[in-house]
Structure formats: structure tokens, C-alpha cells
Design a protein around this ligand. Structure first.
Ligand code: AMP
Length: 206
């Protein structure tokens, strides 16, 4: 869990390497659907471009097959509100499973806005860069790019997404705190420092 720009995707990539769990990012599923140009893609694009949440039933339908097909996973960007958290709890209860851990990456909004507005993603490799802090390589062999800005990384959509996060997603902190699952990590630290803390949590659990 964490606001946009906190580094969830970056850290999840490292966790996937360490644990071999499947990576399920509902934002990626949404973008894949948009890229396909399907009818569903056109529908979800309207929400995503504005930085609004896609309706719950669409997201649950997208994520469910992946949850069912894999034994272990790292969820990124789901659940995003109380109703999605309850849907997930119910689905896990039904198969006698529970979440191992909820890791919350926290950072103040001004840091997040700065990170997101400089964010660029390689169309070739999917890797994420920052124009100042981690610029895309000039060497084509390392990553040929092109390096593009996400449609929802505009100033207005960023503000909207952060407001939605604070309103709908942040309250899930209490939900997972009550379940004794929440670990909070300061995401203003360097990528490597955050990774070290995330790995510590995961190793303690296993
Ligand atoms: P993300 O890459 O996680 O920031 O997601 C990009 C966009 O996809 C969001 O702004 C939403 O429009 C949509 N989206 C992703 N995950 C969810 C979710 N769990 N519930 C509703 N909408 C979502």
C-alpha cells in the first residue's frame, strides 16, 4: 500500500525477485486493457485518465483470475478502498488463506508530486526512470526506450489521484492495523534503504 509515487512498483519488482511470487498490479491490468483498445479498455480509460478509481466490479473481474491461478502473490494497487478490501478478505476466507503482511510506503504529497511529474517509463522494458534522479540511459543496448510519461502523470491527474488515495485508500491502514498485518516504512528514504527495510520484514515473516 502507499500513495502514487511512493515506490510500490519499484519495491515490488525486487520482492518478486526475492520471493518468486506473482506480481499483480491492477494499474498494469488497466493499462494493458487500454492498450488493447477493447471496449472495456475504452471504458476504463475514462476513469484512469482523470485519476479516478475504476468501478470495483471491473477491477475485481480483472484481478480474480490472477489471484486464482497463482499460489502466492504480491498485490500492488489493490485493494484501493474498503469494499475491495472486504471482497479480498472474503475471497481469502473462502479458501482458508490470509494475507501475510501489508507493507505501507509513506511519503508526503509534495515529494510524491515531484517524483510523479518527473517519472518516465520505457515502452521497451517497462522500467521506470526519473528525469533528474534516475535518468533513462542514453545507451540503446541498456534500454532503447522510448521513454514516455503516463497519461495520468499530469499535474491535475496527480492531484486527483492523491486526493482519491487520501480519501479512499488511506483509511485501509486501520483495517489492516486491526488485523495486525500493517508495517509502515518511510518511503522518502533512498530506493536501496527502503528495499532493505522491506526485505527485513519479508525475511522475518518467512
Ligand atoms: P496505478 O498504476 O496503480 O496508479 O493505477 C492506474 C489507474 O488504474 C488508477 O488511477 C485507477 O484509475 C485504475 N486502478 C488501478 N487499480 C485500481 C483499483 N484497485 N481500483 C480502482 N481503480 C484502479
Amino acid at each position: 500500500m502507499g500513495p502514487q509515487g511512493a515506490g510500490k512498483g519499484t519495491q515490488a519488482e525486487k520482492l518478486v525477485e526475492e520471493t518468486g511470487a506473482a506480481y499483480i498490479a491492477t494499474g498494469d491490468l488497466v493499462r494493458e486493457e487500454i492498450k488493447k483498445g477493447s471496449e472495456l479498455g475504452q471504458k476504463v480509460k475514462e476513469y484512469s485518465d482523470k485519476g479516478e478509481l475504476v468501478p470495483d466490479e471491473i477491477i475485481v473481474d480483472m484481478a480474480k483470475p490472477l489471484l486464482e491461478d497463482n499460489d502466492s502473490w504480491i498485490l500492488d494497487g489493490f485493494p484501493r478502498n474498503q469494499s475491495q478490501a472486504e471482497t479480498l478478505d472474503e475471497a481469502l476466507n473462502a479458501i482458508g488463506e490470509k494475507l501475510d503482511r501489508v507493507i505501507l510506503l509513506e511519503a508526503p504529497d509534495d515529494v510524491l508530486v515531484e517524483r510523479l511529474s518527473g517519472r518516465r517509463q520505457s515502452e521497451a522494458t517497462g522500467k521506470i526512470y526519473h528525469v533528474e534522479h534516475d535518468p533513462p540511459p542514453e545507451n540503446d543496448e541498456e534500454d532503447p526506450g522510448p521513454f514516455v510519461q503516463r497519461h495520468d502523470d499530469t499535474e491535475e491527474a496527480i492531484r486527483n489521484r492523491l486526493a482519491t488515495y487520501h480519501e479512499q485508500t488511506e483509511p485501509l491502514k486501520d483495517h489492516y492495523e486491526e488485523q495486525g498485518l500493517l508495517v509502515t516504512i518511510d518511503a522518502t528514504k533512498s530506493i536501496d534503504e527502503v528495499t532493505e527495510e522491506v526485505m527485513k520484514v519479508v525475511r522475518e515473516d518467512s
